[in-house]
Ligand binder design. Structure first.
Ligand code: NAD
Length: 429
């Protein structure tokens, strides 16, 4: 134990400087060895199938032209069309989009939905764009990547800084190019144009279901469990509300501007109202103000990082007080932090399982669009919980059988399912 501990900490500086894609490949390589995967299949899966970079002009409100850079990466499509969100942000890079595309492949496989993995992004500062500029940017980006997307090829969805309105522009742009309405070309749309009930809440609800499962497994009652959630966007705010409804006490919340903490509990409705009115939940007064980083190490039983990558690192993993971490964000824990937490006995429900609720209901949306036959929110939620709880049970059973952590087990389950596709289909020609 001591030796392992030393190794983990000493390795930290080199590991922490890894890019997102290197981390994704490292996680994959660890599983390749364990599965004794055929080296040829491992070589296919180690890199993306297809990547498109586009530089495109957008006419700004002041009449000037601005050239933006965007990406669409399809990591793998052996199990079905590729699926993955579109992210807008000033720090979006090809490296990050590649990692996220690979994680999508494993995420779809681990919950057993018939999609491959993709991701898209545009490097821009969405806060600095007017609504009209955002629409122009979205329409031109989609037009540029329309070569590689479509209901049978690759179906985008929302991610950071994109929302149902952006998805409506995606659907309209793609449909205009084809000459008729094609709702199944994108998910996360408004319900009025073929979106699904419950899609907006799906990732957060899935996180609640995974936290509930993890609590059951560790013998910690969810009722009264103290929960801290980093990030108060689509994922974090819905997860916090769903967990509160399930009986947990939300003690800590954060967004870009800071964190709030109250050991007696934060009222999510009041915090949402404060965030809406003042642009940040730090305006919520019935709580103590914490720094952003302090939220992660605050006194709690369950921690849900639901903001961005690389938040739990070698520099704070030793101080995390939670017994359970449910990864709402993609890639919130670095590999070195992962081993520190494992050594300390913290149970991590890995991102590819924990936040798969969004892509699961996106799958339901696509199925409903293809059939033009829509389900009720009760049906959606029942099917969502059924898929995610089954996936948790099989990952947990594999982890116990193999004596590995949940992340390794989830990767083993996912990678072997994708590899199976190549074994059965064979290699063309
Ligand atoms: P969002 O843009 O709606 O919200 C992000 C939130 O994180 C905002 O409240 C922002 O203020 C906060 N934030 C950003 N940096 C922060 C920091 N350093 N400290 C604290 N808070 C910070 O995005 P989202 O859709 O909620 O996505 C959040 C994460 O979940 C991302 O990693 C995304 O890839 C992942 N995810 C999203 C979905 C989905 O359906 N939206 C599905 C699966 C995974």
């Amino acid at each position: 134990m001591g030796v392992h501990g030393m190794t983990g900490v000493q390795e930290a500086p080199a590991q922490e400087s890894l890019g997102a894609y290197e981390i994704a490949v490292q996680q994959f390589d660890a599983v390749v060895e364990r599965l004794q995967l055929d080296p040829g299949i491992a070589a296919i899966l180690r890199q993306p199938k297809r990547e498109l970079s586009v530089n495109f002009p957008v006419k700004m409100d002041d009449g000037s032209l601005h050239v933006f850079t965007g990406y669409r990466v399809q990591h793998n499509m052996i199990r079905g069309p590729a699926k993955g969100g579109i992210r807008y942000g000033p720090n979006v890079t090809l490296d990050e989009v590649r990692a996220l595309a690979m994680w999508m492949t494993w995420k779809c496989a681990v919950v057993g939905i018939p999609f491959g993995g993709a991701k898209g992004g545009v490097c821009c500062d969405p806060k600095a764009l007017s609504l009209r500029e955002l629409e122009n940017l979205t329409r031109r980006y989609i037009s540029e990547i329309s070569l590689v997307i479509g209901p049978e090829i690759d179906i985008p969805a929302p991610d950071m800084n994109t929302n149902p309105q952006v998805m409506a522009w995606v659907m309209d742009t793609y449909s205009m190019q084809k000459g008729y309405s094609i709702p199944a070309c994108v998910t996360g749309k408004p319900v009025s144009i073929g979106g699904s009930e419950g899609r907006l809440e799906a990732t957060g609800r899935g996180i609640m279901a995974m936290a509930r499962k993890a609590c059951q497994h560790t013998g910690l009652p969810l009722t009264g469990a103290r929960v801290a959630v980093q990030g108060f966007g689509n994922v974090g705010s819905v997860a916090a509300r769903a967990l509160q409804q399930a009986g947990a006490t939300i003690v800590g919340l954060s967004d870009m501007d800071g964190a709030i903490y109250n050991e007696r509990g934060i009222d999510i409705d009041a915090a949402s109202a404060a965030a809406k009115e003042h642009g940040s939940l730090v305006a919520y007064r019935q709580a103590q103000r914490l720094g952003n980083a302090e939220l992660l190490t605050c006194a709690c039983d369950v921690l849900v990082p639901a903001a961005v990558e690389n938040q739990i690192t070698a520099s704070n993993a030793d101080r995390i007080q939670a017994r359970i971490v449910v990864e709402g964000a993609n890639g919130p824990t670095t590999p070195s932090a992962d081993s520190i937490l494992r050594r300390r006995g913290v149970l991590i429900v890995p991102d590819i399982l924990a936040n798969a609720g969004g892509v699961t209901v996106s799958y339901f949306e696509w199925v409903q669009d293809l059939q033009s036959f829509f389900w009720t929110e009760e049906e959606i939620n029942a099917r969502l919980f059924n898929i995610m709880e089954r996936a948790f049970d099989s990952v947990l059973a594999l982890s116990l059988r193999e004596g590995v952590d949940l992340r390794t087990a989830a990767y083993m389950q996912a990678v072997s399912k994708v590899a199976e596709g190549y074994i059965v289909r064979g290699i063309y020609p």
